[in-house]
Write a protein that binds this ligand. Structure first.
Ligand SMILES: Cc1cc2nc3c(=O)[nH]c(=O)nc-3n(C[C@H](O)[C@H](O)[C@H](O)COP(=O)(O)OP(=O)(O)OC[C@H]3O[C@@H](n4cnc5c(N)ncnc54)[C@H](O)[C@@H]3O)c2cc1C
Length: 561
C-alpha cells in the first residue's frame, strides 16, 4: 500500500517529470539566491552574518517565484481558452491541486525565510554592523512590517483552507482567501525597506520605486512576478463586467429530492457541453458565488443548472424560490412510490414529476441572478474519443446531462466527430433522484435509431423498502418501461462491478464486436469521464486503467465538485 502510494505520487512518468521540474526549480532558485548573495562583494557587510543571511536570501527568492506561480492556476479564463489546445501538455483540471502544491511550498520556505531573518536581525543588533535594533527592523521598517503582515495572512488563509473548515463553513475560507489581494501588495512592496544594501542607512528616494537601486540590492523579483498579479486582477475585473451583462431567470423547476432547475437566459453567455459556471443571487447573498455544472446543451435557448439543497446558501435559495422543506417532502414522497409510465391513475406519483414555479401567481417575482463563466471541465473532451464512458454518481450526473443533450442535437445533425459509442452510467443512492433527469434521459433514449450507440446503465445502490419492492414487482412484469426510471433500460440494484464492466468492454472491442468494421482493427481510445465522490472515482479509475492493452487505450478524467 505504502509503496504503491509512493509510486503513484513520485514515480509515474508524468509525476516524475512534474516533481523534477517543480522541486528542481525551487532548489535552483534557493541555490541561486544563496550563491548570488554570498558572492556579492558589495554586500560584504551583510555577508558577515553568514548562513542566516544566505539562507534568508535564497528562501526569499523562492518565495517570490512562488508568489508568481500561485496565481497562475487561478487564471480560470486563460486556462479555459488554452485548455483545448494544451490539455496534452498539462492537466488543466488539476489547477486547484497545483495551487495547493505551491501553497505548501510557500509555507515551508516562509518558515525558512522568517527563521533566518530573525537570526539576521538579532545578529545585526548584537554585532552592530548597522546602528539599529532587531525590534526596529521587525516593526518600523517596511520589510519587517510587510513580512509580519504576510505571516498573519498566511496563518488565516491556511487554517481556513483546511478541508474540514471548507466543508463546515465555506464562507470562512472564501472570504479569508480574498486577503490574498493584500498579501500580494505586501509581497510586491516587501523589499522597499532596503534591508539588502551596501550602505549603512537605507537609501530612499522620492520617485518610484522609492528606494535607490544603486544601493538597495534586492533581487527586484517583484518586477517579474507582478505581471501575473496584474493578469489575475484583470481577470477579476473582467469577470465582474461580464457577470453584469443582461441575465434573466426565466423558469424554475423543482424536482423530487429538492433539486432545483434554474433556466436562465443570457444571450452573451457562450459555452460548450460539460462546462460549469458561477452563480450569484444577490437577494440570497450579495457576495457569494457558487459553482454549478451547466445541464443544458449549447443548442438550448437557455442555460440551466440543477442545484441540490445541501447547505446554507442552497437552502436559502430553495426557500426563496418556493422549494422549502414541505414542497420537497411532498414531491419526494410521491416519487418514492414506484409507478408504471402508462398507469394514468398514479401519474401524479411518477418519478419524473417536477413542479414548475408559477411566477404569475407567486407573490414575489423570480429573483435577479448573475452568472459568471463558463469554465472548463474534463467532460468537454468526449467528442474527441471513439468510445465515451460517462459515469455520474448522484448529482454528479449534471455534466453528462449537458453532454447527452448535446449528443442528441448532434445526432440529429449527423455530426458526431470521432464519437462512435457512448456508455452512460448513473449510480444513484435513492430512487427519487432519478427524477432529476428522467425526462431528458427518456428523450435521448427514444431518439436513438441505433440501439447500440448510447447505452444507459442505471444503478440503484440504496436498499429498497418493501413497498417499493412490491411496486416494482407488480409494475415490472411484462412492462415495456422500467418502473423506477421509466426508461426502456432496466435499473440494476447494487454497486457496479467496474473491473468486469471495463474488462468486458475491452474484450468486445478486441474481438471486433463492439465497434464493427475497420475501426475495430485500429487502436481504440475509450475515454472515461467521471463526476462524483472520490472513493468511487478511485475504483472507476483503477478498473479503467487496469484494462489498458496495446489495442485499447483507456483514459480517465475526473470532474471536481
Ligand atoms: C465545479 C463544480 C460544479 C458543481 N456542480 C454542481 C451541480 O451541478 N449541482 C449541485 O447541486 N452542486 C454542484 N456543486 C457543488 C455546489 O457548488 C455546492 O453544493 C454549493 O456551493 C453548496 O453551497 P451551500 O452554502 O448551500 O452549502 P455549504 O454547506 O456551505 O457547503 C456544502 C459543500 O459545498 C462546498 N461549497 C460551498 N460553497 C462553495 C463555493 N462557493 N464554491 C465551491 N464549493 C462550495 C463546501 O466545501 C461544502 O463541502 C459543484 C461544485 C463545483 C466545485
Amino acid at each position: 500500500m505504502g509503496e504503491s502510494w509512493f509510486h503513484k505520487e513520485f514515480l509515474t512518468p508524468r509525476r516524475l517529470l512534474f516533481n523534477i521540474l517543480f522541486y528542481g526549480s525551487h532548489i535552483f532558485f534557493f541555490a541561486y539566491g544563496w550563491h548570488s548573495q554570498a558572492t556579492n562583494k558589495k554586500l560584504a557587510g551583510l555577508n558577515s552574518l553568514k548562513y542566516s543571511v544566505w539562507s534568508s536570501r535564497g528562501a526569499g527568492l523562492v518565495l517570490a517565484y512562488d508568489g508568481g506561480l500561485i496565481l497562475l492556476p487561478m487564471l480560470r479564463n486563460v486556462i479555459r481558452v488554452i485548455r483545448p489546445k494544451l490539455a496534452w501538455a498539462f492537466p488543466a483540471d488539476e489547477n486547484i491541486w497545483f495551487h495547493r502544491q505551491v501553497a505548501y511550498q510557500m509555507a515551508f520556505w516562509a518558515m525558512v525565510h522568517t527563521t533566518a531573518h530573525y537570526v539576521n536581525f538579532l545578529n545585526v543588533e548584537r554585532t552592530q554592523i548597522r546602528k539599529e535594533t532587531a525590534l526596529d527592523i521587525h516593526y518600523t521598517q517596511a520589510g519587517g512590517i510587510t513580512g509580519h503582515f504576510m505571516l498573519l495572512v498566511i496563518v488565516l488563509m491556511y487554517t481556513t483552507a483546511h478541508r474540514k473548515v471548507r466543508q463546515q463553513c465555506f464562507e470562512a475560507f472564501w472570504y479569508t482567501h480574498h486577503l490574498a489581494f493584500f498579501f500580494m501588495i505586501a509581497l510586491y512592496s516587501h523589499a522597499t525597506g532596503c534591508f539588502v544594501r551596501d550602505s549603512t542607512d537605507p537609501d530612499y528616494i522620492k520617485s518610484f520605486p522609492f528606494y535607490s537601486t544603486e544601493h538597495c540590492l534586492g533581487y527586484e523579483s517583484w518586477r517579474f512576478i507582478i505581471w501575473v498579479g496584474i493578469a489575475y486582477f484583470g481577470e477579476r475585473v473582467w469577470r465582474e463586467i461580464r457577470a453584469r451583462r443582461s441575465t434573466n431567470l426565466q423558469k424554475v423547476l423543482i424536482h423530487p429530492s429538492g433539486a432545483m432547475e434554474l433556466r436562465i437566459v443570457k444571450p452573451s453567455f457562450k459555452y460548450t457541453a460539460g462546462q460549469w459556471l458561477f452563480i450569484q443571487v444577490p437577494e440570497v447573498s450579495r457576495w457569494q458565488w457558487h459553482p454549478f455544472t451547466i445541464t443544458s446543451a449549447p443548442e438550448d435557448p437557455y442555460v440551466s443548472v440543477h442545484i441540490r439543497q445541501v447547505g446554507d446558501w442552497t437552502h436559502a435559495l430553495g426557500e426563496r424560490l418556493g422549494a422549502g422543506p414541505s414542497v420537497v417532502a411532498a414531491l419526494t414522497k410521491a416519487a418514492m412510490k414506484g409507478s408504471e409510465k402508462d398507469d394514468k391513475d398514479s401519474y401524479v406519483g411518477m418519478r419524473g414529476d417536477f413542479v414548475e414555479l408559477d411566477t404569475a401567481t407567486s407573490s414575489s417575482p423570480l429573483p435577479m441572478v448573475r452568472i459568471d463563466g463558463p469554465y472548463g471541465a474534463p467532460a468537454e473532451d468526449v467528442f474527441n474519443v471513439e468510445v465515451a464512458v460517462l459515469v455520474g454518481a448522484g448529482i454528479g450526473v449534471t455534466p453528462f446531462a449537458s453532454i447527452l443533450k448535446h449528443i442528441w442535437y448532434r445526432q440529429r445533425k449527423g455530426n458526431m466527430g470521432c464519437l462512435k459509442r457512448v456508455e452512460f452510467f448513473w449510480v444513484c443512492r435513492d430512487a427519487p433522484s432519478f427524477g432529476w433527469f428522467q425526462s431528458l434521459l427518456q428523450e435521448v433514449e427514444a431518439a436513438q435509431t441505433d440501439p447500440n450507440f448510447l447505452r444507459i446503465n442505471i444503478y440503484l445502490t440504496q436498499k429498497i423498502g418493501e413497498d417499493m419492492l412490491w411496486n416494482i414487482a407488480i409494475n415490472d412484469a411484462g412492462a415495456e418501461y422500467d418502473p423506477l426510471t421509466l426508461l426502456r433500460t432496466r435499473t440494476m440494484f447494487g454497486r457496479p462491478d467496474w473491473k468486469s464492466i471495463f474488462g468486458r468492454m475491452r474484450q468486445a472491442i478486441e474481438t471486433g464486436q463492439y465497434l464493427p468494421g475497420s475501426s475495430s482493427q485500429l487502436k481504440t481510445t475509450v475515454g472515461t469521464y467521471f463526476c462524483g465522490p472520490t472513493p468511487l472515482a478511485n475504483a472507476v479509475k483503477e478498473a479503467a486503467l487496469a484494462s489498458r492493452t496495446g489495442h485499447v487505450d483507456f483514459t480517465f478524467a475526473k470532474e471536481h465538485f
